[in-house]
Design a protein around this ligand. Sequence first.
Ligand SMILES: Cc1cc2nc3c(=O)[nH]c(=O)nc-3n(C[C@H](O)[C@H](O)[C@H](O)COP(=O)(O)OP(=O)(O)OC[C@H]3O[C@@H](n4cnc5c(N)ncnc54)[C@H](O)[C@@H]3O)c2cc1C
Length: 265
Amino acid sequence: MKPPPFEYSAPGSVDDALALLDDEAKVLAGGQSLVPLLNFRLARPGLLVDINGVSELAYLRRAGGALHIGALTRQATLERSRLVQEHWPLLAHAVRMVGHPQIRNRGTVGGSVAHADPTAELPVALSAVDARFHARSRRGARTLAAGELFLGPLTTALAAEELLVEIEVPPQPAGAGSAFVEHARTHGDFAIAGAAAVFAPGSHAAIALLGAGPVPVRATEAERALVGGASAPVAAGLAAALVQDEHRAALTGELVRRAIERARP
Ligand SMILES: Cc1cc2nc3c(=O)[nH]c(=O)nc-3n(C[C@H](O)[C@H](O)[C@H](O)COP(=O)(O)OP(=O)(O)OC[C@H]3O[C@@H](n4cnc5c(N)ncnc54)[C@H](O)[C@@H]3O)c2cc1C
């Protein structure tokens, strides 16, 4: 199908993009999710604000120990970054599971976050590493945690006139290991279930689940148990209890157990 008619604008700066955003407009980043939605006429924006020329939004850098990811950073750039592989390996693992290389070459980190697909890898991985999401609008700036940003399937707290500009990831806790494990029907498909774990025995545990609900779900009880010395199967059982569907719960439990084992430093 062809998309419905729309106006098109390609601003060159964040300020120019913000000046264009309103209820009728939609941001176009990598287009890997938005273009299919337009073609199926599931989205009918009056104006597409193409941010591909906003080069100030395409960066990956470490500052003050944290990783700063510009919203327009391609998923493939995150995947290939030595900095990310070395210091934030969970993100490097997770992004490799996003679709196929062609998708990751175009798809952006910010687009994946703003699209908020409940089975997308990056929102789950970013939730596990306690990322902060920086948004701007003409009226100002604000910062949200994953629990505040992701509201439901394909729904975030971002207002129509807001642009996600940066994702900030704190340093991985000292002595921690991490792992991202998922189950998909075929390689490159969206996953059915998955688990991200960051684990430093005795001091830190973060477990985020994919496919356990409409948004990334943090298994806080399992995290507390793990820090308290519980075994991986016990923590996995606590995480699986968060999942309603019986088959998916069993799958989630197994994936969490594997994620904890692999994350163990
Ligand atoms: C065949 C196929 C397989 C795929 N498989 C997977 C997979 O296994 N796992 C996975 O996670 N994803 C998968 N994807 C989706 C892919 O990761 C997309 O790249 C991603 O969901 C959207 O990123 P984008 O840059 O293409 O955003 P776009 O498609 O351009 O935009 C997506 C949405 O986000 C909004 N948006 C984009 N950037 C911003 C911003 N900076 N601020 C505010 N709003 C913004 C847009 O308005 C739109 O609503 C797949 C896609 C395809 C086509």
